[in-house]
Design a protein around this ligand. Structure first.
Ligand code: ARG
Length: 562
């Protein structure tokens, strides 16, 4: 629908001797913050320099050049300070948007913005030999959504999981397993057993032994490697089960271990550039001139560390993918660390260092506003969270529906639970800490995932009962109909904004507003049997499609019945 606005602007600009491409113009057009300011707005600031005039004056002159707008498309075109505001003709807006959605279906809102641009999205990245904790859930949910949004805006996306599968803690674990391990227990409940072993061996008295074990592992000791591999596989099985439940997939599952051998090369490169300093036996880079403190690259005992592996990984990823952008979706506590990482890459002369971004998130808080943890202060495991959430949604569903098979109930309860958790997270600006409140998340009322899914199911049930659909005419429009049509119209723009700001909450909030707008429409405008039946059914069908597209970007699957 923006296209008509682009066309008009292009012509008017040409008369002022400015020629611009359609997609350039399209990017500049905004959605005004309130409908009093029209459906689209064109800001004139950027023309000021070229036309040697104030943006206000330019807006007025361009408006004059536009002349009488075609009344079928526009109700009015006005200037407001430096903006030109376009008010679409309501009937043609409604007709057009329904047409667009119904013909474009799952592609409505899709764009080609990222054509030929590769984007690596690293997310989730849990640590092996430990249960998947809530600490990695945010990265999983947000990273997945960012990958979806990039795909939908035409980027070529690589979804990458970078496991924490290397480091001194595996020295502890290997040593611990030799001392306290039990093969039967390992086979029975591997992760639990490994946790026990780790806790027992994580003691000061064993530190030296643990360090030796890690060194042996780094040097390729066969037995150590074999055990490590076993632990890694057990962990992956565990993670994959969870990913499957959550509907999360990756293009590549990699890990720190892939880069343990490369850190020698990294050290050489850094030495060559004169960046390395020895400090108390360890190698460090002085980043104080950039306000980024010192970054440790190698420990005094010669073992590799996180940073060295990350440097090697970044370089390798660029070699493999030639990305235009690489996103690391990792918690805010690693902010300084990623600044250091990107700075070092830049100092090594990699121009693409500027294309790396740390997209961070805050953490989950308990209802007491303290960090979310078990009563004993330990991390909360995803497995338990999923179980608890599913039991809550199962209860809600049985309250509403009695006639449901056990299998169907389980299936629905899980889907609603995932929607509850994902939406509960994504509705917030990712950088903020958020209260992890499962009771609230799973409520069927209010700003929640289940409420939104419910609206979808409600639309489905109307369409289910509807007679064969006919061609529709748009007659007089009710306020609630136009409000819904306008919301549908906004979707493509909302996706672009979420992509530009790397913020899925924009899509989450939109989904909620869309569901609300639909519910208001539903309560005031009868569809089946009314004079406007054909148009209203088409509007409902469009609503369903757009909500589905929108939720998909959040990683949430719809349900036809609830
Ligand atoms: N496994 C790490 C952790 O749990 C997160 C990895 C983040 N990504 C990276 N490239 N350093 O803290």
């Amino acid at each position: 629908m923006k296209k008509v606005v682009v066309k008009i602007l292009k012509k008017a600009l040409k008369e002022k001797d400015i020629s611009m491409k359609d997609d350039e113009l399209e990017k500049l057009i905004e959605i005004p913050p309130s409908t009093d300011l029209g459906d689209f707005a064109f800001p004139c600031f950027f023309l000021s320099k070229q036309l040697h005039d104030s943006p206000q004056q330019i807006a007025i002159e361009l408006r004059e050049k536009i002349g009488e707008p075609p009344s079928t498309d526009f109700e009015d075109i006005q200037t407001e300070g430096p903006y030109i505001n376009f008010f679409l003709n309501r009937k043609s807006l409604a007709r057009q948007v329904v047409w667009d959605v119904i013909t474009q279906k799952k592609n409505y809102g899709r764009s080609e913005l990222g054509k030929n641009k590769k984007v690596v999205v690293e997310f989730s990245s849990p640590n092996i030999a430990k249960p998947f904790g809530i600490g990695h859930l945010r990265s999983t949910i947000i990273g997945n959504s960012l990958a979806n949004i990039h795909e939908f805006t035409g980027h070529n996306v690589v979804r990458l999981n970078y496991l924490g599968d290397w480091g001194t803690q595996f020295g502890k674990l290997l040593f611990g397993y030799e001392k306290f391990g039990n093969e039967k227990k390992l086979q029975k409940d591997p992760i639990k057993h490994l946790m026990e072993v780790y806790v027992k061996s994580n003691k000061k008295a064993y530190e030296k032994k643990a360090r030796e074990e890690f060194k042996a592992l780094e040097n390729g000791n066969k037995k150590s490697l074999m055990l490590w591999k076993l632990f890694r596989n057990f962990s992956l099985d565990e993670f994959n089960k969870l990913y499957k439940k959550m509907g999360i997939t990756f293009d590549s599952i990699e890990g720190e271990s892939d880069y343990s051998k490369k850190s020698g090369e990294i050290l050489e490169m850094l030495k060559e550039k004169n960046l390395l300093k020895k400090s108390r036996g360890a190698y460090v880079i002085d980043l104080t001139p950039y306000g980024l403190e010192h970054a440790i690259i190698e420990k005094s005992d010669g073992t590799t560390i996180y940073m060295a592996r990350d440097l090697a990984a970044a370089i390798d990823r660029y070699k493999r993918y030639k990305f235009g952008k690489m996103i690391y979706e990792v918690g805010r506590e690693q902010e300084l660390y990623f600044k250091q990482l990107f700075k070092i890459l830049e100092l090594l002369g990699y121009k693409w260092a500027k294309d790396c971004v740390h997209v961070y998130h805050g953490h989950y808080l308990g209802k007491n506003k303290k960090k979310f943890s078990t009563r004993k202060g330990k991390t909360v495991f995803m497995e338990d969270v999923l179980e608890e959430t599913t039991s809550l949604t199962r209860k809600e569903i049985t309250k509403r529906t009695k006639k449901i098979s056990k299998k169907e109930l389980e299936d629905r309860a899980l889907k609603v639970a995932i929607a509850a958790i994902f939406y509960g997270d994504l509705k917030n600006n990712r950088a903020n800490n958020i209260v992890f409140d499962l009771k609230k998340f799973t409520s069927f009322e209010g700003d929640t995932g289940p409420y939104i899914l419910y609206s979808y199911a409600r639309a489905s049930s109307i369409l289910e009962k509807a007679p064969e659909q006919k061609k529709f005419e748009v007659h007089e429009l009710e306020e609630n109909e136009i409000a819904l049509a306008k919301k549908l119209k906004d979707f493509p723009e909302v996706v672009l904004t979420a992509n530009r700001t790397l913020n899925p909450s924009i899509i989450a909030n939109y989904s909620y507003q869309l569901a609300q707008t639909f519910n208001e429409f539903y309560h005031s405008c009868k569809a089946i049997g009314s004079e406007e039946e054909a148009f209203r059914l088409a509007l409902i069908q469009s609503f369903r499609q757009v909500l589905k597209n929108s939720l998909k970007l959040l990683g949430i699957e719809i349900l036809e019945e609830m």
